[in-house]
Design a protein around this ligand. Sequence first.
Ligand SMILES: NC(=O)c1ccc[n+]([C@@H]2O[C@H](COP(=O)([O-])OP(=O)(O)OC[C@H]3O[C@@H](n4cnc5c(N)ncnc54)[C@H](O)[C@@H]3O)[C@@H](O)[C@H]2O)c1
Ligand SMILES: O=C(O)C(=O)C[C@]1(C(=O)O)C=C[C@@H](O)C=C1
Length: 314
Amino acid sequence: MSAPETFAPRRDEPLFGRLAIIGIGLIGSSIAHAAKELNLARHIVLSDADPDVRRRARELDLGHEVAESALEAARDADHIVLCVPVGACGAVAEEIAPVLKAGAILSDVGSVKHAVVEAVSPHLPEGVHFVPAHPVAGTENSGPDAGFPSLFLNRWCILTPPPGTDEAAIARTRQFWEGMAAIVEVMGSQHHDLVLAITSHLPHLIAYNIVGTAEDLAAVTQSEVIKFSAGGFRDFTRIAASDPTMWRDVFLANKEAVLEMLGRFNEDLALLTRAIRYGDGETLHKHFTRTRAIRRGIVALGQEKAETEKLKKR
Ligand SMILES: NC(=O)c1ccc[n+]([C@@H]2O[C@H](COP(=O)([O-])OP(=O)(O)OC[C@H]3O[C@@H](n4cnc5c(N)ncnc54)[C@H](O)[C@@H]3O)[C@@H](O)[C@H]2O)c1
Ligand SMILES: O=C(O)C(=O)C[C@]1(C(=O)O)C=C[C@@H](O)C=C1
């Protein structure tokens, strides 16, 4: 009987012996699903600070074992992935440092990279390789029930190894993410934070802001704002439902880059405001034509990426 079709090939031999996933939310549970289904590790152990989450992870049969503490999960692990909010990475690294074995690869999935590198690096024991990662894939849902194995399919995963990181450890981390069907790119942590400030962090801030403003208005207009909301506003409400702890940490950890991008955004918004005020249709039309071309370019690129991946698999 042939093996059932899956979104990525299942490995004959696991890539890692023991994989430890600390933090069992959307990302941690998605990695657990994918790694188990695709045989990326012989033994997958998970842990979470919240006992209700650990209980739920056992009910969902995530990985092979749910440990009572991060320390217990990380003991003897070959690959440890921190899937906790960005602001918790330093403390978890400090907690597990005494049991990390030489040669192990420590990684994370934080949406901000430079602050994580700064927070984790001081706790790295001799001989442990740190390869930070950011899968640029997610949803507005969180918790252990939110994960699914194909979350990373055809999505970027950005690695930001500090200069001098062991090349073999970078290569193994790349294999891990490619094993889950992600497309891997390597860049510096500060460059990452600047790029993601405009492509991910600012859009979330705008969504959080506009939904709040509309809600304030709703009180005045007897809920008409919510009642008549069509596609545009609904799309914002999806993003604005994202996890508050995660996003609080993102904005606190990427303060400089977000403020820089917010400054530019406000300048451009002032130009559009002025065009509306003075009835300058030409400026508005030109701007909207340019942004439509950008969207169509992104869609075309996406199709090309999917085609390339299909060809690679043949
Ligand atoms: N949600 C997304 O779209 C997305 C996408 C890419 C990367 N990320 C990054 O992934 C990480 C996790 O995000 P998520 O969406 O999975 O969050 P989540 O809220 O779904 O899960 C986070 C889990 O971490 C646990 N946790 C918090 N502090 C802990 C600690 N000190 N020790 C052990 N467990 C702890 C929480 O109890 C929770 O179960 C964040 O750093 C986030 O920036 C998120
Ligand atoms: O699709 C979504 O819900 C997301 O917001 C995912 C998204 C993004 O901004 O693209 C959010 C944060 C992560 O760090 C990576 C991905």
